[in-house]
Design a protein around this ligand. Structure first.
Ligand code: ADP
Ligand code: MG
Length: 238
């Protein structure tokens, strides 16, 4: 496992700055929730950490190692997206195993890791099913299974619950928290949902227009918002 440190991170698309010199430390094993309105740069931030975008300036350290210029595959990070596309023709087990199979991992290791992930996610009985035979929440768990089997140093979640209905969202919130406790892994969970922001993490980051407005425990931000934006966004009473 590993802490994540961002130092002076900047990113522009063409002439439009999207991330403005951002500093952030996420402690080893912490669940950090990043909340902010649509378009404020949350996905770009995760993509920078994952190595899917290259910063214009600044550094990214994972477990103390500077990975700013490392390829995504060398960062030991797993990202779970909003639109988790599962392979419709493959079983749950093979969807989870896919990345390991591509890498040519030994069969016995693949089977063991898939069983472990399935146990953590309570997918044991669904391993032979196809995605179309699953509920939305079960599919989301399969998507997480794909991340877990890689045994990454850190997890990045990009609004993984936003396509689920309200009840499932509640169940999955609890699921991610449980998963986080079970794995003890450093995680950054991005959302635009105020309830997720207040209830899921040990640490809340409020983002606005590519900048961090405030960082701290959720209740501290709720009770002592540093800016009007934070007060409005996480719904503290006036
Ligand atoms: P969020 O995830 O908070 O909704 P994003 O990080 O997706 O925000 O986007 C932040 C801003 O950057 C938006 O204005 C978006 O249009 C722009 N943007 C994101 N990705 C690209 C890209 N590949 N090319 C150009 N503009 C982009
Ligand atoms: Mg986004």
């Amino acid at each position: 496992m590993a802490d994540i440190r961002l130092e002076g991170l900047r990113k522009a698309f063409g002439a439009t700055p999207v991330i403005h010199g951002l500093d952030l430390s996420v402690a080893d094993g912490a669940l950090c929730v990043v909340v902010g309105p649509s378009g404020c740069g949350k996905s770009t931030l995760l993509r920078l950490i994952a190595g899917l975008e290259t910063p214009d300036a600044g550094r990214i350290l994972i477990g103390g190692r500077d990975v700013t210029r490392s390829a995504p595959g060398d960062r030991n990070i797993a990202m779970v997206f909003q639109n988790y596309a599962l392979f419709p023709h493959l079983t749950v087990a093979r969807n989870i195993a896919f990345g390991m199979e591509v890498r040519g991992a030994p069969r016995a290791e693949i089977d063991r890791r898939v069983r472990e992930a399935a146990a953590i996610l309570q997918l044991d009985r669904l391993l032979d099913r196809k995605p179309r035979q699953l509920s939305g929440g079960q599919r989301q768990r399969v998507a997480m299974g794909r991340a877990i089997v890689r045994d990454p140093a850190a997890f990045l979640f990009d609004e993984p619950l936003s396509n689920l209905d309200a009840q499932l969202r509640g169940e999955m919130r609890a699921e991610i928290k449980r998963l986080h406790l079970a794995l003890g892994a450093t995680a950054v969970h991005v959302t635009h949902d105020q309830v997720e922001a207040m209830t899921m993490g040990d640490m809340l980051v409020v983002m606005n227009r590519g900048r961090i407005e405030q960082v701290g425990p959720p209740m501290a931000l709720y009770e002592r918002p540093a800016t009007t934006f934070v007060a409005r966004f996480i719904g503290a009473p006036p």
